[in-house]
Design a protein around this ligand. Structure first.
Ligand SMILES: [Zn+2]
Ligand SMILES: [Zn+2]
Length: 282
């Protein structure tokens, strides 16, 4: 059975500084979910769990501020849960404790925001060279996957994100050998973490699209599960999300058995009246 695009687990509100869009309200996001026939949405604002010390020059705002939108509006047709996009700073510290991860409905884990100077990269120490960036990204992914997190409800965000090395947005990815990618995705599969499908296939030419798809093919072969993340920061993105998801599902020949099990399990539990952090609030 073909993978059903019934969720979007990576959406930003106006709380994220890269959105700062007053139109990106929980109500507008729920309307987007209903328009597209999604059964599950999750917020993933950039923030930092302040129980984790952050020693980098810059940081995101406290997670407690992002929580000010709780409880989220709900519909029987579309559940709306609460998560975060937890980021890793240049000390390879993730801004999310295992205790807080247990409380969140879903955790988007990001190691690829290396274009954020003072946070993901130290301008004094880290070069912009594609080979150096690839090595650091590889180390950050392994560090992340060795953390004691509840990976069954966690996802590795936008693996192929250009932010790893904006100066050379595909070269760093080409420097990964198949074996190195297999090591990362085998570990992700063992942990049960989801792999996010976030890219827009229609923005690449045929050659570049092959480069973008290679890690996801390897992830699929390694036994990884996948979830969908539109990563909308503004309402304009909403219109194209469904098309992106469907095209990606076709390209990677994904079936329902490739979906992160937690997604369908959570929808079923919420259908049966269970509460989430999103519906209940704090
Ligand atoms: Zn991100
Ligand atoms: Zn994001």
């Amino acid at each position: 059975m073909r993978y059903i695009a019934d969720h979007d687990l990576h959406i930003h509100t106006r709380f994220s500084p890269c959105s700062s869009d007053a139109r990106q309200t929980p109500e507008a996001i729920l309307a987007y979910g209903l328009t597209n026939g999604f059964r599950l949405l999750s917020l993933a604002d950039h923030s930092w769990d302040m129980s984790v010390p952050c020693l980098s020059t810059a940081n995101w705002a406290p997670l407690t501020e992002a929580m000010s939108c709780l409880p989220l509006p709900q519909s029987p047709k579309c559940h709306f849960v609460f998560g975060m996009e937890a980021d890793m700073n240049y000390f390879n510290t993730l801004g999310l404790s295992p205790e807080m991860a247990e409380k969140l409905d879903f955790c988007v884990l990001s190691t690829s925001h290396m274009h954020t100077y003072g946070f993901g990269s130290d301008p004094e120490k880290h070069s912009r060279d594609a080979a150096e960036r690839k090595s650091r990204y590889q180390e950050r992914l392994h560090t992340l996957l060795d953390l004691p997190l509840p990976f069954y409800k966690c996802g590795l965000s936008h693996f192929t994100f250009a932010g790893v090395c904006v100066e050379d947005p595909l070269r760093w990815l080409q420097l990964f050998s198949d074996a190195e990618l297999r090591d990362i995705f085998t570990k992700a599969a063992q942990r049960g973490a989801g792999i996010e499908l976030n890219f827009d296939p229609d923005t690449y030419n045929a050659e570049d699209l092959k480069v973008i798809l290679r890690p996801y093919w390897i992830a699929k072969e390694a036994g990884c599960f996948f979830y969908l993340g539109g990563d909308a920061h503004h309402p304009e993105t909403f219109g194209g999300t469904r098309r992106r998801f469907e095209r990606t599902i076709d390209l990677l020949e994904l079936e329902e058995r490739h979906k992160l099990p937690y997604v369908s399990e959570l929808i079923a539990r919420l259908d049966h009246g269970e509460e989430s952090l999103g519906s209940r609030g704090l």
